[in-house]
Design a protein around this ligand. Structure first.
Ligand code: ADP
Length: 301
């Protein structure tokens, strides 16, 4: 099983010819509301990757909440531990896409920002942190920290976006999953100096600082996988990328699904790279994730 404790949003995307200036009103050309948030994205990816998934998060008592959770619900993810907050909106990302394809985004955390360490304690007391527990940086650091402290099993941390967690969260992460930028920031949190270090040197330094295992994703270049048996490269699949939004979340969720089945880290990362490659073939975030059992692109040999 996989338990994701994290964010859920509605992404409201408007296409506009250009951004309005201050005080200006502009007509947009299309509008779309779709479920998002790193926690929910990763929970859906884990479920599509074959895991039985529980999602722990918070929404407002508003019309956006069912939209935020709609794909998780349809996929059979256990939502019984999702909190509903009065007087706080469901997390919302307001996204403007210009004709030039440039994005401008405002994220209002809303209910995601209301999750406390006490909420985590209540979930833990009911046995709600079972299985592989997956964390990201879109809920308060105090909640992330308490999950890492109380989870009885394996903890996977995706430090995205980077938040200031105590070092013990990172040294509990097996694996810590980061991109280049997040890896450098994680090393800084652990007291290291990433300046001038190569990607591989950052990964090695993270292990030396006490992180049990690390996966560093490198976009179309694949990923580095590291644990006490060394650092190795996992290739990406060669695909014609249409939209890489949500590829990182697809990778993390799919990796957690395989780890929950008992796969070793290398096998989990290879599967995750294939699943993420499947997700870049289509536009959208959650809507681009391959269905359970779908054929996935092969990795470059
Ligand atoms: P993030 O968005 O978090 O920086 P990445 O861009 O590193 O994440 O993407 C995560 C994973 O998705 C990569 O490790 C790779 O496996 C896969 N991926 C992303 N972009 C591509 C691409 N253009 N072609 C094939 N695989 C990709």
């Amino acid at each position: 099983d996989v338990t994701v404790v994290g964010s859920t949003n509605v992404d409201v995307t408007a296409t506009v010819p250009r951004l309005p200036g201050r005080g200006e009103t502009l007509l947009g050309t299309s509008l779309l509301s779709s479920p998002g948030g790193k926690g929910a994205n990763q929970a859906l990816a884990a479920s599509r990757g074959g895991a039985s998934v529980r999602f722990v998060g918070a929404v407002g008592n508003d019309d956006a909440a069912p939209t935020a959770l709609s794909h998780l619900q349809a996929d059979g993810v256990d939502l019984s531990a999702v909190l509903t907050r009065e007087g706080v909106p469901t997390g919302t990302a307001l996204i403007w896409v210009e004709d030039s394809a440039e994005n401008s985004i405002v994220v209002v955390p809303g209910a995601n920002g209301s999750i406390t360490a006490q909420d985590v304690d209540r979930v833990a007391e009911r046995g709600g942190l079972e299985g592989v527990v997956l964390l990201q940086g879109e809920i308060p650091a105090e909640a992330v920290t308490r999950v890492a402290e109380r989870a009885p099993g394996r903890v996977v941390v995706n430090l995205a976006p980077v938040i200031e967690v105590p070092p013990r969260v990172l040294t509990a992460a097996d694996p810590l999953i980061v991109n280049e930028h997040e890896g450098a920031e994680a090393l800084r949190i652990l007291g290291g100096d990433p300046k001038g270090a190569s990607e591989e040197e950052v990964v090695v330094a993270l292990l030396a600082a006490g992180v049990p295992s690390v996966v560093m994703t490198l976009g179309a270049r694949g990923a580095l996988v590291a644990d006490d048996s060394g650092v190795r490269a996992t290739p990406a699949a060669r695909v014609r990328a249409v939209d890489t939004t949500g590829a990182g979340d697809a990778f993390v969720g799919a990796a957690a699904a395989r780890l929950a089945e008992g796969a070793d880290l290398g096998a989990a990362a290879s599967y995750a790279a294939r699943f993420a490659a499947g997700a870049v073939l289509r536009a959208g975030t959650q809507s681009s994730y391959p269905l359970r059992g779908a054929e996935l692109p092969e990795l470059i040999a």
